[in-house]
Design a protein around this ligand. Structure first.
Ligand code: VGL
Ligand code: ZN
Length: 195
């Protein structure tokens, strides 16, 4: 039984170059994550993808008092996963930020279509360790990793499979240091053993 899952955070068109809230080099995480997906598939370990999934009107958006341009609106092209991301058939998709007054940066705020929270589905499957990559280092990756650590999961962050927005220069570096100081390990995919 695999005790490790791959958590791919918000690798959606709007967070990639050309999108509504582009993360510089956001698309560079895709090939690394595709290699990770293959590894996990071969090991029979779960692949989970979170997505930002906002309503058109949300206090998360600047025009309604929030911080961000409109992005990842449900069922729009910008909310789709990057077209080169090869999510396997059995991938579990969890959605977050559906409330009109919700930021929901963390994948632990996300649920499957039938309403199961990420934490419950990890527990159901006996997952104790998460390997994490995606966007953005300083927002949703950071929040997801810190929540995972707080809930007692072991966390490995794929160093080459994350990119940040850096609203303030250095935000991503700071976020990575914070994750590390709370117990996450920053690793290359090659260092991850799925035994
Ligand atoms: C995110 C800003 C706003 C993220 C989501 O996925 O990191 N960042 N919404
Ligand atoms: Zn968002």
């Amino acid at each position: 039984m695999a005790h490790t899952a791959l958590l791919i955070v918000d690798v959606q068109n709007d967070f990639c170059p050309g999108g509504a809230l582009p993360v510089p080099e956001g698309d560079k995480v895709v090939p690394v994550l595709n290699r990770a997906i293959e590894r996990f598939q071969q090991a029979g370990a779960p692949v989970i993808a979170s997505r930002d999934w906002h309503p058109e009107k949300s206090t998360h958006f600047a025009q309604y008092g929030g911080q961000w341009p409109v992005h990842c609106v449900q069922n729009t092209p910008g909310a789709q996963f990057h077209p080169d991301l090869r999510l396997p058939e059995g991938a579990i998709v969890v959605s977050k930020g559906m409330g009109e007054n919700e930021d929901a940066y963390s994948a632990f705020d996300a649920r499957t279509e039938d309403g199961t929270s990420l934490e419950d589905l990890l527990k159901e499957r006996g997952i104790r360790r998460l390997v994490v990559g995606g966007l953005a280092t300083d927002y949703c990756v950071r929040a997801s990793v810190l929540d995972a650590l707080e809930r007692g999961f072991e966390v490995l962050v794929l160093r080459d499979a994350v990119r940040g927005v850096d609203v303030q220069p250095g935000d991503s570096e700071k976020a990575l240091n914070e994750m590390r100081s709370r117990g996450a390990r920053l690793v290359a995919l090659e260092e991850v053993s799925l035994q």
